[in-house]
Design a protein around this ligand. Sequence first.
Ligand code: 2PG
Ligand code: MG
Length: 427
Amino acid sequence: MSQTSIARVHARQVFDSRGRPTVEAEITLANGVSARAQAPSGASTGKAEAHELRDGGAAWGGKGVAKAVANIKGEIAALLAGFDVVDQPGLDSRLRAADGTDNLSRLGGNAILAVSLAALRTSTVALNLPLHERIAALAGTTPSLPMPMVNILSGGLHARRGMDVQDFLMIPLGARSYSEAFEWVWRVRASAADLCAARDITTLLADEGGLAPGFETSEQALDLMVAAFQAAGLQPGRDAAIALDIAASSLVDGEAYNFVRSGKRLSSADLIDTLTRWTSAYPIVSIEDGLGEDDWASWPALTEKLAHIQLVGDDLFATQPARIERGVAAGIANAALIKVNQNGTFSGALEAVRTARDGGYATIISARSGETEDDFLADFAAGIDGGQIKIGSVRNSERLAKYNQLLRLEEAGLRWSGARGLAPLRA
Ligand code: 2PG
Ligand code: MG
């Protein structure tokens, strides 16, 4: 038994930012070193994501994770007993093989991810390395500080469908450092709240800490974004730009995309026209899931129309290397959202990043709408030179834990990505 072999794998049910049960795993090594990690959880989930194992039944509204916890304490603990925690790829493939399903539905993607990330943390402590450096060593990358893509206004499944489009986000394109980017975002978030308050619109928070003004039309929200940039003293399109997450998969209703709030049922072609119109009228530089996860036939037309901006696949690619590869081969989208729990293991998420990069696609490292105080994502985005990070608004500690860790990494001297991480790749 080496010093870094696994002596104990433990787990417990803890609670995420929506108050829902989630999995925390804790690994202890032969030398006594121990660390833990928590699994996040989405609301607008893609069909191709790793499976979240939940208990069903009456307790915790059916969302309990006792089964996933038992799988860790039983089968996974036995599987990993004595395993050298430093071999992260070996550990991740052992977990995947033991599960035996494509979507990790037997042991649970939430169980497997929590263990994978707890192993990574534990190895990092054992090796006495900062987490972002350990990740960079595993990925073969030079760390950098990612450009934030920050939720300002929320709709869709994160705000009880108060607006049709899920996220109206800000990218502080022109910022010269991470801390300047953060300050600009902070100012815009405050301005947006002031503008809402002045119009007597609620400033209560949505799931990711954004505002939920409940506008009937998306144009009203886009207008407010531009007004908030201006009120914050920033020039729209130069200093600050808009990113959208349409989350179109959650709008699918039969053959149409149903924009319930604005009273419109749109065909794929109508939706492409709408997004094209918005992009010419507003400073939009990025659109995520502009079409649904099964609408592969229409994605080429969207990509052709809007090739000059970043087109991101979230539900479309689901952090699955095979789906990203298919996208690259078909020439659709030009960026992949990377969510570790969509994949299920750290090494799998890393492979998704590599696949995107090999295909010339940009990456955006993303949190989930259900997050925890675990700040892993900041070190992940920085360590793999991810280029961009999407972790919600600058409210609530499950979001700020990550933003704050990026401030520490800036202090440690990491270089700033700026806008170079955005697709189509900027000079
Ligand atoms: C998304 C994410 C994060 P969820 O759609 O990109 O904003 O939401 O975690 O609910 O899938
Ligand atoms: Mg999304």
